[in-house]
Design a protein around this ligand. Structure first.
Ligand SMILES: [Cu+2]
Length: 113
């Protein structure tokens, strides 16, 4: 019994001594407003992410958009949609340009640290 208590105490001590785990990945929502990428009411710009984070693009107001990644390492195309969402994960660091092929003004950069 005593040995068990000592063992349990040691396990608890080791667990407490472990460094905090890396920040859990988060998902940031980017709205596809009339002709802009927006986070809340802010027109993007640049959105800064941590490696492993995701962006969830959200279509609003029945306007047709796509989201296309044009930078090597992050080339993708959501396809044209008028509603719903598209989620993309960014596992590698870098600067990635994202565009909408319908609206020339819709250009943003995902900066992944
Ligand atoms: Cu668009």
């Amino acid at each position: 019994m005593r040995k068990l208590l000592i063992a349990l105490t040691l396990v608890a001590l080791f667990a407490a001594a472990l460094p905090a785990t890396a920040a859990t990945p988060t998902t940031k929502v980017v709205k596809l407003e009339s002709t802009y990428f927006q986070q809340g009411s802010r027109v993007l710009g640049t959105l800064t992410l941590k490696r492993g984070d995701s962006i969830r693009f959200r279509w609003l107001n029945d306007v047709t958009h796509n989201v296309r990644g044009t930078t090597r390492g992050q080339r993708f195309d959501s396809g044209f949609k008028t509603s719903g969402t598209y989620t993309r994960r960014f596992p590698k660091a870098g600067k990635f340009k994202l565009v909408c092929d319908v609206h020339g003004s819709m250009v943003m950069t995902a900066r992944v640290k």
